[in-house]
Design a protein around this ligand. Structure first.
Ligand SMILES: [Zn+2]
Length: 228
């Protein structure tokens, strides 16, 4: 049965990496609702012009339009065996709409949550430093340079991104928690959310995810009509 992969996880949990690995192994396209909307908004069509107006005014695109766009994109041939969602669903109404879509397309939803300790997450995100010359990436906690703030390869100074500051990262994590808590609670109650330990190495996490995708840890969504 073809599958819709939903991965929920805070920034720094490795969501993007895992999505890419799944996409490569299974040939599932990665569908980002943000990219999708921006792409359509750049076309000279009725929907494109409507979307451009909404995006230009800084308003949120309605769930209805988002669902329509998603249905259209995922009805194409490359999504036949499955696809990986990026940035969707974010709310409970969107989760309902996704279930309707899964029913329409006869796909099963695989719900994965990458769970990770916030201390570890803070170290991963705030420890990042990049060489200003060659781009080599270090982490002051897990992969420090031999000399503090100096690249091992070429001796150039390492730079940190402004948004990697502890207070900024803490704020991003808190915002993520507040935003996704209702969705996580909703999915947890349904008993379908599968937790993956995000503190493990990338390939270990990926092996586990593959087992879940291949296995029977997937609960098939019955054909339902929630559109009322
Ligand atoms: Zn360097």
């Amino acid at each position: 049965m073809s599958k819709i992969i939903v991965i929920i996880g805070p920034p720094g949990a490795g969501k993007g990496t895992q999505s890419r690995l799944i996409s490569e192994k299974y040939g599932f396209p990665q569908i980002s609702t943000g990219d999708l909307l921006r792409g359509i908004a750049s076309t000279d069509t009725t929907l494109g012009n409507e979307l451009k107006r909404v995006l230009d005014t800084g308003n949120l695109v309605s769930d209805e339009i988002l669902a329509k766009v998603l249905l259209e994109r995922t009805s194409s041939q490359d999504c036949l065996n499955g696809f990986v969602l990026d940035g969707y669903p974010r709310t409970i109404p969107q989760a309902h709409l996704l279930e309707t879509l899964a029913g329409q397309q006869g796909k099963a939803i695989v719900l994965l949550r990458i769970a990770i300790d916030e201390d570890l997450l803070m170290k991963r995100l705030t420890g990042r430093a990049t060489c200003s010359r060659c781009g080599e990436i270090y982490n002051t906690y897990f992969f420090p340079p031999r000399v503090s703030d100096i690249c091992d390869i070429d001796g150039a100074p390492l730079v940190r991104r402004g948004d990697d500051r502890p207070e900024t990262v803490a704020h991003r994590l808190a915002a993520f928690r507040a935003k996704t808590e209702p969705l996580i609670a909703y999915y947890s109650q349904s008993g379908r959310l599968i937790e993956v330990d995000g503190s493990r190495e990338v390939d270990e996490v990926f092996d586990l995810i593959c087992q879940l995708i291949n296995g029977d840890a997937v609960i098939r969504k019955q054909m339902t009509d929630t559109s009322g």
